[in-house]
Design a protein around this ligand. Structure first.
Ligand SMILES: C[S@+](CC[C@H](N)C(=O)[O-])C[C@H]1O[C@@H](n2cnc3c(N)ncnc32)[C@H](O)[C@@H]1O
Ligand SMILES: C[S@@+](CC[C@H](N)C(=O)[O-])C[C@H]1O[C@@H](n2cnc3c(N)ncnc32)[C@H](O)[C@@H]1O
Ligand code: SF4
Length: 424
């Protein structure tokens, strides 16, 4: 069984749903992270099922400008409504502009969002502010603008350095544009940047994957994410390929790509701090760690997920639905959150265990006991003790960690075994 996929890493927003969880003893702490979704893309990549709106060259400039204007107005309005929630405040330690393609937006629009967040919630002076910047969507001048409004971290979706594979994925940029993007980000003074790579793409061989990995290392990003391709329903890839068969690489080959990435990146001084994430020491992403530690966070915009006061909400992923939802509210209380699946005690416990075992920090038994139940913590410890020789490292009975890369590779099987033994 392979390791858990990219979306499980961000399980909180993947759950198509979300509801009220009163069962856990989560000590309510004010959120200190905010996710802001910017949904515009030039095209839809062939593997992607994220909530986006295609605003490519087929749209007149004026129409595109209108779409941006209306969307940012809604976003600012939604953030503004938060000021009427009466929630206790804590200054934000991270803001993440994800997408879609946030770098298609103007620095002025992004700056307005940041200023609104600052006045409604507050930004810590050393807040990590990430913007996803896709190759081919910005030049040096625009990168400088982003830097000047407070963007101090960039996330660049390279995916692969193989020109044929970029084309096959329906990416709108070339390999040269990846290098150009990195050069512009650096020259603009954004030294902290992350890059994404995907393994398991159709026709991808171990050699092509290794070639991309080496190119990535040469560019010396401070952070890296390596994902396994997921064939999502409704995508072009789902129509063309079926999981587990050619031209998709075999499971042995995708495991080998992951092993290769992990070993080679650790050799190049990156810390393997989460199943899919690697960072130079000190450059672990503050924002993503909020998710993995099961801490609360704000979410704003199309399809964005939030986790507030123990409640998880995922906003509408359709533009019309989202815009109506925001425009009809005049205070926070009017924002009715769609509840499709109730988050139960059981799902909370399972998520806590899954997220903990994804990280190098590990699963903390004391925290498990404090949040949920001592018997559950004992039960999980017992299951993991039984697997100690199989890539599970137990530290003084306090923490459980999976080894890298072998433990992460069999993570699914380990977690299934732990969940199976829970008394639910
Ligand atoms: C999985 S990638 C991670 C990017 C990068 N590798 C990193 O580690 O910083 C981030 C994407 O996840 C999605 N995402 C993250 N947080 C979200 C949230 N709270 N609600 C909805 N989508 C979210 C967005 O589509 C965003 O572009
Ligand atoms: C939602 S995208 C947004 C960032 C940006 N627009 C881009 O394409 O790079 C965030 C990351 O999710 C990953 N991703 C998206 N769909 C995926 C899939 N089906 N399988 C694996 N990774 C995927 C990609 O590595 C991508 O960089
Ligand atoms: S650019 Fe990113 S968000 Fe947009 S369609 Fe492609 S993968 Fe999805």
């Amino acid at each position: 069984m392979g390791r858990l996929d990219m979306k499980t890493a961000f399980a909180a927003y993947v759950k198509e749903s979300v509801g009220r969880s009163s069962a856990s003893k989560v000590i309510s702490q004010p959120p200190h992270a905010a996710y802001v979704h910017i949904p515009f893309c030039r095209q839809r990549c062939h593997y992607c099922d994220f909530p986006i709106v295609v605003t490519g060259d087929h749209l007149e400039v004026e129409k595109r400008a209108n779409l941006h204007e209306n969307y940012f107005n809604a976003l600012i309005r939604e953030i503004g409504l938060e000021s009427t929630s009466g929630r206790p405040r804590r200054a934000l330690t991270s803001v993440y502009f994800g997408g879609g393609t946030p770098s298609l937006a103007s620095a002025r629009d992004i700056s307005n969002v940041l200023r609104t967040l600052d006045s409604v919630v507050g930004l810590e002076s050393n807040c990590e502010v990430t913007l996803e910047m896709d190759p081919g969507t910005f030049d040096l001048a625009k990168a400088r603008e982003f830097q000047s409004i407070g963007i101090n971290r960039a996330s660049v979706g390279a995916q692969t350095f193989n020109p044929e594979l970029l084309k096959l994925c329906g990416r709108a940029h070339s390999v040269d544009e990846i290098y150009q993007a990195v050069e512009n980000i650096r020259s603009a003074g954004i030294q902290n940047f992350s890059m994404d790579l995907i393994g398991g793409l159709p026709t991808q061989s171990l050699e092509t994957f290794q070639g991309s990995l080496e190119e990535l290392i040469r560019l010396e990003p401070s952070h890296l994410s390596v994902y396994d391709l997921i064939i999502e329903n409704g995508t072009k890839f789902a129509r063309l390929y079926s999981a587990g068969s050619s031209p998709l690489p075999s499971e042995e080959d995708t495991s080998e790509m992951y092993r290769m990435a992990s070993l080679r990146l650790q050799e190049a001084s990156y810390v393997h701090y989460e199943t899919s994430s690697f960072a130079l020491e000190g450059f672990q992403s503050a924002h993503n760690q909020t998710y993995w530690r099961n801490e609360p966070y704000f979410g704003f915009g199309l399809g964005a997920a939030s986790f507030l006061d123990g409640n998880r909400f995922k906003r509408d992923g359709r533009m019309g639905g989202y815009m109506d939802w925001v425009s009809t509210a005049s205070k926070y209380e009017d924002l009715e959150m769609p509840v499709e699946e109730v988050y139960t005690f059981q799902t909370e416990v399972e998520e806590f265990i899954m997220l903990g075992l994804r990280t190098a920090e590990g699963l903390d038994f004391e925290e498990l006991s404090r949040r949920f139940d001592e018997d559950i913590a004992k039960n999980v410890f017992k299951s993991l003790k039984g697997q100690e020789r199989h890539h599970v490292h137990l530290e003084d009975g306090l923490l459980a960690r999976l080894t890298s890369p072998e433990g992460f590779l069999v993570q699914n099987a380990i977690i299934v075994d732990v969940l199976k033994n829970l008394p639910f």
